[in-house]
Design a protein around this ligand. Sequence first.
Ligand code: GTP
Ligand code: SPV
Ligand code: MN
Length: 647
Amino acid sequence: MPELIEQSKIISANGCGLPQLHKLRQDNCGLYSHIRGIPTSYGDVSSLTAGVRSFVEEAVALCQPDQVHICDGSEQENKMLIKTLLESGTIVALPKYENCWLARTNPGDVARVESKTFICTETREETIPTPKDGVKGTLGNWISPLDMEAAIQQRFPGCMKGRTMYVVPFSMGPVGSPLSKIGIEVTDSAYVVASMRIMTRMGASVLQQLAKKEEFVRALHSVGTPANGVVEQPSWPCDPERTIILHKPAENLIVSYGSGYGGNSLLGKKCFALRIGSTIAKREGWLAEHMLILGITDPKGVKKYITAAFPSACGKTNLAMLNPSLSNYKVECVGDDIPWMKFDSQGVLRAINPENGFFGVAPGTSVETNPIAMNTVFKNTIFTNVASTSDGGVYWEGMESSLAPNVQITDWLGKPWTKESGKPAAHPNSRFCTPAAQCPIIDGAWEDPAGVPISAMLFGGRRPAGVPLIYEARDWTHGVFIGAAMRSESTAAAEHKGKVIMHDPFAMRPFFGYNFGDYVAHWLSMEKRGQVPKIFHVNWFRKSDAGKFMWPGYGENSRVLDWILRRVNGEPCYVESAIGRIPAAGELNLAGMKEQIDVEQLFSLPKEFWTQEVEAIRNYFETQVGADLPASIYAELDKLKGLVADL
Ligand code: GTP
Ligand code: SPV
Ligand code: MN
C-alpha cells in the first residue's frame, strides 16, 4: 500500500503529534498512549508488534478515527462493547435468554454482495478464467492494483472521523496450532468486534503469539458513510451504494468498505479463511474449502470424519449438527462452514475448523429440524435480522411450535407482525452468531491442532429436478468433475434475486481466491499427494411433480450417511448408473421411516433432463473456463455424455 504510507507521512509531517480536541482517557495500563497523535481509549499500544503497529498507523492516518481501541478479548471489554452497542441502538437485549442480543441492520445491508467482491492480481488471468468473447465472466471479479488503490482512496480517507477504530487481533484455528493463521482486523464497527470475538479466537493471546513469529493477514474494514454524508439509520451505518470488498493475495491484504454484514465484514471468514486461504493453500499444497466437517460413529463403534460442500444456505450447518433418525448412529460436529485440509506425513488428509463459532441461517431452524442448534443458540449469541417477541425472545419462520401463547411479534424491520402480514417475520438471511464450544455435540477433537482424518467428501446443492438423493464418484477425477459441475438454486445468502439454478462449482463460486481452472488442477493434483477420500453427491431438495420435497431431510439424512460409511468401508452395496454409483436395491436403509418414500422417483435419471444437464455443463465450461479447465475434466464430461445417451 505505497499510497497509504505516503498519506501517513503527510499526516505526521503536518504535526498531528499532539491530540487537541480529543478527550483523553486512561488506558487499562494506567498510561496515556497515542497512535499517530490519536489517543487510545482502550488497550496497550506497547502490546503491538512492529508490523501490527505500522499497519495500525497506516490505517489511522488514512481513516482518521477519533480514538483507537486495541482489543484484548476480555470479558470486561465485551461488556463495554455491549454497552456501546446498546447505547447506539445497534442491538437490543433479549432478556428471555442469557447474554443474547438482537441487531436489526439497515435493510440495504442484509447479505454478502458478490457483485462488489474483487480479487486483485497483476493480471486478470491469475484471478478468473478468460470467458469466451462476449460472455460475462461469473467465476469472480478481478480488479487491477491501480484500480484497487483508487477504490480505497475514493472511500477511506477520513471515513472513521467521529468514530472509534478497533484493532482486532484474531487467530483462525486454535492459537499457536501449526495449522492456524493470524489476522489483524481494523474496523469501526463494535458489532463486528463483538461478532469476531465469537467467530474467531480474538485478543491479547494472539498478539503474544505474533510476538513469537510475526506473520499475519491485514484486514481493513469500515462500515463507511454515504457520499452525501447522510447516515440513514445511525444504529446501522453503512454505504450500500459504494460497498466494495477487496482482496490482494500477493500482500495477504483484505480491504472492505460499506457493509457491516456477515461475510462482508467478519473478515476472518470468507475473505481470509476462503479467498486468501485458498491462495495460500494452492501455494502450500493443501485445501481451503466451503464445507462442514462432522464425525460419525457407526453401530459398531467405528468413527469416521466427513466433509460436505453445499452452497450458502443449502444445509451445511444442519448436516454438521445432524440428529440421526437411525438411532444407533452418533454424529458430532467439528465445523459448519470451512475446513483447512492438509495431508499429514502418513499421507492422511486432516482437517481443522479455522473458526470458533457458527454464523448460521436462522429461518428453518427448529426443535423439529435441528434440535442441536436450538440447544446451542440461546445463550451468548448475537442474532441479526430475526424477529423479536414481546416476552423478550426471538422468532423466525419455522419456530412456530416454540412460540409462547399470546406473545406479540415484531418483525426484522421493527414493525408489528402477524401471520397475516404476508411477508416473512425474519429476513430469509437472518442469522445467529454463536460460540461453537456451546454446541452440545461439539466433537472432542474439534480443536485438535493435528486436525481430524477425512474419509469422505460430499458435494451437493438445491436441485428440485433430475438429481438423485445420492450417488458416488467412480474415482477421484470423476469426483473432481462432479464438484466442478455443481449447480444449485440461488438463495438469500447473497444478492441474487429469485430461485434460479446457478452453477456453483465446489460451492466455492463466490469464494475462489484465484483462477478456477487452476483450482481444479490443484484438486486433481491431490491424488498424487496422499490418500484421497471417496467423493459423493447428495441432493436433499428434489421435488415431486406436486412441488413437495421427495425426501424429508434433516435427521433422516443419516440414512444416506449410513450408505456412505458402508461404501467407505468397502461394502459392495452399490450399482453403477450413468452418473455414478447409486445404492443397490434395498441397500438404502429406509426401515421405520414415517413417510412413504418413492425410491424409484428419487433415484430416477430422466434422459431429457440429463441430456440438457450435460449441455448446460459443457456450455458453462466452454464459455466460462475454456482452455483453463484441465483436459481430464472435459474427458469426464464426454464420458457422461456417452452414458446419458444410453439411458
Ligand atoms: P450458510 O451458512 O449460508 O453457508 O448455509 P448452510 O449451508 O450452513 O445452510 P443451513 O444448514 O443453514 O440451511 C439453510 C436452510 O436450508 C435452512 O432454512 C434449513 O432449514 C434448510 N435445510 C437444511 N437441511 C435441509 C434438509 O435436509 N432438507 C430441507 N428440506 N431443508 C434443509
Ligand atoms: C455463506 O453465505 O456461505 C455464509 C454466510 O456462511 S456469510 O458469512 O455471510 O458469508
Ligand atoms: Mn457458508
